[in-house]
Ligand binder design. Structure first.
Ligand SMILES: *Cc1c(COP(=O)(O)O)cnc(C)c1O
Length: 406
């Protein structure tokens, strides 16, 4: 795989602030921009910013704050423990957690005012927790409309709704929401989204007949928010889009009006001249075809770069090179080839694995292709060994400046 050489200012020059050894730079202005873009697409439905898995690797607390500043009205996570961490950071926005085990701490969730997704078996435990806390639980009933993961099976829906309403009448809980999750919204030409939508409407009707009056009915993820207004209902749950990435195979971030928020950067840590036929990295799967210069990139699979992503792009000094040979735990290699680069020249130069792609630089999408995976996985798997550095932490948008003045 080859990448076109791009021109641009030497990345060894400053311009990205201090030169850190390794960082995932998170642009909170990009997060705000993307939330506004998705809120526009979703309007009049509201936006739940999904910040599970440490905000897909971007940092849950700063991303949650930026998303709320930009108009998200809810936050969503998978685990109650993730929700508790947001509460501990002082975030008091409406917050839903939807994936539980028999060991999940429902009591702590009720005490912290966290909304709890309920697929069935959790109901009695949630009620027990609410009684113990002497505080009504807030639940969102989840139905499986075809994804085949969590959510109540359709033939248990009547009973679940009936039991939930009994508990609501007793005052131990409130059914705040009803929701489901789509399976193929990233492939808009497939028919199953229509079927899931029809099923969702049916289960909503059943719930309404049983007296449920939810604040929010929600079904859409990022791809449905962008391509299927008929799935928006009262609230959309957007993850990938707020990080500026495209869920569609045929459309880029820019085409969707989104800005990738994470850039992954390090510094060239060695640069050396080698003869023709030099083998590179474990297994010696690559050999130089002429005398050349190898650049050592000090990141590997312990940093979350997929081991399978040989060929992935690294931009150094305005040119983009594919990784050659195996990616190891801590390091990988680029072949600077016949670029006229002298061995020592690039020691310490900035190496960008991916960024916002705006100037033709490498993207998380490129790495997803190299690793035969999806962009969701590329950003989410960047490991804690890579420090997150947040830029544009202050919201400088006109609206918030206005508020400061008034
Ligand atoms: C992760 C998740 C989302 C967000 O999906 P995106 O495709 O990233 O927008 C929404 N809803 C549920 C239930 C999820 O698990």
């Amino acid at each position: 795989m080859t990448y076109p050489a791009t021109t641009g200012e030497s990345s060894a020059a400053p311009g990205h602030g201090p030169r850190y050894e390794r960082s995932a730079v998170i642009d909170l202005d990009a997060i705000r921009h993307n939330v506004r873009r998705l809120a526009d697409a979703a309007s009049p439905a509201k936006v739940m910013a999904v910040v599970k898995a440490d905000a897909y690797g971007h940092g849950a607390v700063p991303v949650a704050r930026a998303a709320l500043e930009a108009g998200a009205s809810w936050l969503g996570v998978a685990h109650i423990s993730e929700a508790l961490a947001l509460r501990a950071a002082g975030i008091d926005a409406p917050l839903l957690a939807w994936l539980h085990t028999t060991e999940s701490n429902f009591g702590a969730a009720v005490a912290a005012g966290i909304d709890i997704g309920c697929s069935g078996w959790e109901l009695d435990r949630i009620v027990g927790a609410a009684r113990e806390q002497e505080r009504p639980a807030r639940i969102h009933l989840k139905v499986d409309t075809g994804l085949g993961r969590n959510g109540a099976a359709l033939d248990t829906w009547d009973q679940l709704v009936g039991e939930a309403m009994e508990y609501q009448d007793q005052g131990v809980l409130r059914v705040v929401g009803i929701f489901s999750h789509l399976a193929v919204a990233d492939e808009p030409e497939r028919p199953e989204t229509d079927q899931q939508l029809a099923t969702f409407r049916e289960v909503l009707a059943v719930a309404e007949d049983a007296g449920v009056d939810p604040e929010v009915r929600h079904l859409a993820n990022t791809p449905a928010t962008l391509s299927r207004p008929d799935t928006h209902f009262d609230l959309v749950r957007v993850g990938l889009g707020i990080y500026g990435l495209s869920p569609f195979a045929g459309q880029s971030s820019a085409e969707l009006g989104l800005r990738p928020a994470m850039a992954l950067r390090t510094l060239v840590s060695q640069c050396k001249d080698v003869p023709e036929g030099q083998g590179v990295s474990y297994g010696l799967r690559y050999r130089t075809t002429s005398a050349s210069t190898l650049g050592l990139i000090p990141m590997g699979y312990a940093d979350g770069v997929p081991r399978s992503a040989t060929g992935g792009p690294v931009r150094v000094a305005g040119r983009t090179y594919p990784v050659v040979g195996r990616i190891a735990m801590d390091q990988m290699v680029i072949d600077l080839g016949a670029t006229g680069v002298e061995g020592k020249d690039l020691l310490g130069a900035e190496a960008e694995l991916f960024g916002d792609g705006a100037d033709g630089g490498p993207t998380a999408d490129d790495w997803a292709r190299a690793a035969a995976t999806i962009n969701y996985e590329i950003v989410t798997r960047i490991s804690p060994r890579v420090p997150r550095r947040f830029i544009n932490e202050e919201d400088r948008s006109a609206a918030s400046r206005q508020e400061e003045l008034s």
